[in-house]
Design a protein around this ligand. Sequence first.
Ligand SMILES: [Mg+2]
Length: 333
Amino acid sequence: MSSAAQFREVFNDFIVVAIPTRTDFRGINVREAALFRGPAGWSEFSPFLEYDNNEARTWLKAAVEGAYQEWPRLLRGEVKVNATLPRVSAEKVPEVLARFPGCTTIKIKIDDFENDHYLVEAALEEVPDAKIRLDVNGGWSLQQALLNLHDYHLRFGKVFEYVEQPCLALEDLRALKAEIPFKIAVDESIRKNLGSDLAALREVADVAIVKWAPSGGIAAARGLIESIGLPAVVSSALDTGIGISHSAALAASLSGAEYACGLGTVSLLMDDVVEPPVVAINGVISVGRSTPSSGQLHKYLASPERHNWWQNRITSIWNSGLSEEVKDLGWLK
Ligand SMILES: [Mg+2]
């Protein structure tokens, strides 16, 4: 793309917003997102700032698909979602969980047993019949995983739905699976190995965490889920209600709906660009095309410098081959 006019032709009504987050999440206190519109509706491009163009490329592909392609057939009008509990003090847990009304599955990010089991305790105090998911982000060696999960099991028994990415190496996951009474979900194992044969994950895991934007959109994510062959939990990456609407459509297009999805995350932001915000009500979010409200866009408008930064980021990815790829797919004329 050579000119701003060409950019505007593809990325209609392009606008960048900056929304404060409620708690420090991945070290982020303000979430920036680039929003634009195509013939199919609004879409969102919001890879984290530190991602290089190569990693952000699949996110842009997803965003363009969202604006230019119709959704596949949806099997449900709403999707069950889980609550997400970041590492906060025990006193703050009731306040965080109150933002996920009706959610009986709670995902907790942890480092180990010793320092973090208070989070499970506090969550169960709020929601006594909760199913708990522990997310370790691949942080444990096999030995650490065995020790920590032994302690969690001994202390809390059968409250756990699964443990997400306890170790990174497939061999460690395989060894762990033979030893522990936990289901295992894989997240990083998928995201860091896109393009390779993922069927091997079936032997080491029970659940696949799949995300709309990092997968390259709904069609790509559906293909990914099929090739892995495990029940999927569609999760988000701290998107606004626009990005969440596409993730929810992906989830609603899948035949299995056994697990709650990680799509209640707008509650981790101070506000949404969509009114009312796309947050859980009675444990579900409804599925439908979302349009940002002009008042909210105005309220959270990013500075001209940040607007230009995002426009340049998109232009540079778009010009390094994505525009041709998308045209070959027939998404754009
Ligand atoms: Mg994860």
